[in-house]
Design a protein around this ligand. Structure first.
Ligand code: NAD
Length: 480
């Protein structure tokens, strides 16, 4: 399958399309393993040039009226909706997600431009009176500067707009490096932002399949003042160490191992419906994906059966086919990883009540899988699976569920299903996570603060909090 007309396949630097000085690399279609196109591989000199133009553009951008910065984002929001079908098709093509998921992502991703376009005119300071009554404490806020944005492949549009939106609203310029598996969506976004009036140099996109070289060069450059990364905890930890050398302001959105708790008084129909969203959106390739189903022993078997029925009914197929409900995984390595975790969990004593066997190629497919009787220390219970696999662990009670949930080093999202709201809120308070879905299987909302605790990250994106990551506070001590 070929690329839709008008999709850029060059890098975007200083308002112009450019080749890379280190050659090219191929982008694959995960639905059949074929090559979609080649894109530039940025060299060290490209990185330095992108940082240079971003630094030059940032001064004027920061001085641009907040209303005008907001209007650029507003126009980009509208442009994304006008190109919704193109963007959705492109994401399905390069990432493999179903068209339904892809359309949902375009709407979600565009909202970050609208939300932060509105926030651009609400960046305020404060005036306080010191406790002594003699002095005044005046604060104002200014943009951090040039931001290096690194995004994963699973939400190629939303992870980019969730960073570009607040950065541009705050008056920062950006150098975005999308994941090597899905660079094309980011390039199309750069084109839309350019058409929406983002001045040359404010938004730059570099593509590479050698991310380490790019980030080392950028983080060593004194002009880069901000790093915002979404991806795996392992890479996030390494980048945090690199950022430490120059104390670069750092935000991290990392991996999860999200518990989905079903208490014995839950409405099981609602819980299964929520589980389908929390588990199967994006084929289970979401950081917010339910990874461990902790189900009260009284209802565990029934819940497992109903979930297997719902998951088993999903149609597996290429992302771009209109009737596909479960597309391929991102690449062959991802399929290997999922199969390995399922096999180790079954060897440890779990049973596959659905799926568990890889289909023949072409394409990087893994079927919807439900594992019952999952041992608490097995692979699927302790590691992020990142695929359409639902491990079910039966628990004695609320305390037992919380003990297992909180035993993880990760703390991104949790889900709780119960018929008793007060009980549900008590569980929410005790869960060691950044976000909880209470009788809901979807937490993402551009107006909400998204992020994790423990090794799931630092800082929040979206909501009123999202712009803080791109602002510094200056305090003026004064008296009058
Ligand atoms: P990844 O860490 O492999 O890649 C993420 C980004 O880091 C990509 O742009 C990649 O090119 C870059 N990268 C990879 N190796 C690098 C290196 N050595 N140096 C510098 N950059 C490097 O993660 P992934 O597989 O793309 O994404 C899946 C992970 O992301 C999962 O763990 C998932 O939970 C997490 N995730 C988290 C959130 C969140 O908001 N918390 C959202 C989506 C995904």
């Amino acid at each position: 399958m070929s690329l839709p007309a008008g999709v850029p396949s060059q890098m975007f630097v200083g308002g112009e399309w450019a080749d890379g000085s280190a050659g090219t690399f191929e982008v694959l279609n995960p639905s059949d393993g074929s090559v979609l196109c080649a894109v530039p591989r940025a060299g060290v000199d490209d990185v330095q040039r992108a940082v240079g133009v971003a630094a030059d553009a940032q001064r004027d951008w920061a001085a641009t009226a907040p209303r005008e910065r907001g209007e650029v984002l507003r126009r980009a929001f509208e442009a994304m909706l006008a190109r919704k079908e193109d963007l959705a098709f492109l994401m399905s093509l390069e990432m493999g997600k179903s068209l339904t998921d892809a359309r949902g992502e375009v709407s979600y991703a565009a909202e970050f431009f609208r939300w932060f376009g509105e926030e651009a005119v609400r960046i305020d300071g404060a005036l306080r009176t010191a406790p002594s009554g003699a002095n005044r404490i005046l604060t104002f806020r200014k943009p951090v500067g040039v931001a290096l944005l690194l995004t994963p492949w699973n939400f190629p549009a939303a992870m980019a707009t969730r960073k570009i939106g607040p950065a541009l609203a705050a008056g920062c310029s950006v150098v975005l490096k999308p994941a090597e598996d899905t660079p094309l969506t980011a390039l199309l976004l750069a084109q839309l932002l350019h058409e929406a009036g983002a001045p040359a140099g404010v938004v730059n996109v570099l593509t590479t399949d050698r991310p380490g070289e790019l980030t080392e060069t950028a983080l060593a450059d004194a002009r880069v003042r901000k790093l915002s990364f979404t991806g795996s905890t392992g890479v996030g930890r390494m980048l945090l160490k690199q950022a430490a050398d120059r104390i670069v302001n750092t935000s991290l959105e990392l991996g999860g191992n999200d518990p989905f708790i079903v208490l014995e008084d839950a409405d099981l129909d609602a819980a299964v419906q929520g589980a389908m969203l929390a588990k199967m959106r994006n084929g289970g390739q979401a950081c917010t994906a339910a990874n461990r189903f902790l189900v009260a022993e009284q209802v565990a078997e029934d819940f497992g059966k109903r979930l297997a029925e719902a998951m088993g009914a999903l149609r597996l197929g290429p992302g771009t086919a209109e009737d596909t409900q479960l597309g391929p995984m991102i690449n062959a390595k991802a399929v290997e990883g999922i199969a390995d975790k399922v096999d180790r969990t079954v060897a440890a004593g779990a049973s596959a009540v659905l799926g568990g066997e890889r289909p023949d190629g072409p394409g990087f497919f893994y079927p919807a899988t439900v594992l019952a009787g999952v041992p608490r220390d097995s692979a699927a219970a302790t590691e992020e699976v990142f695929g359409p696999v639902a491990p079910i662990i039966s628990v004695r009670d609320e305390d037992d569920a919380l003990a297992i949930a909180n035993a993880s080093e990760m703390g991104l999202t949790g889900y709780v299903y119960t018929g008793d709201l007060a009980r549900g809120l008590r569980v929410c308070e005790r869960l060691e996570v950044g976000m909880v879905g209470l009788n809901r299987g979807l937490v993402s909302d551009p107006a909400a603060p998204f992020g994790g605790v423990k090794q799931s990250g630092l800082g929040r994106e979206g909501g009123y909090e999202g712009i803080d990551a791109y602002l510094e506070t200056t305090y003026v001590a004064t008296a009058w």
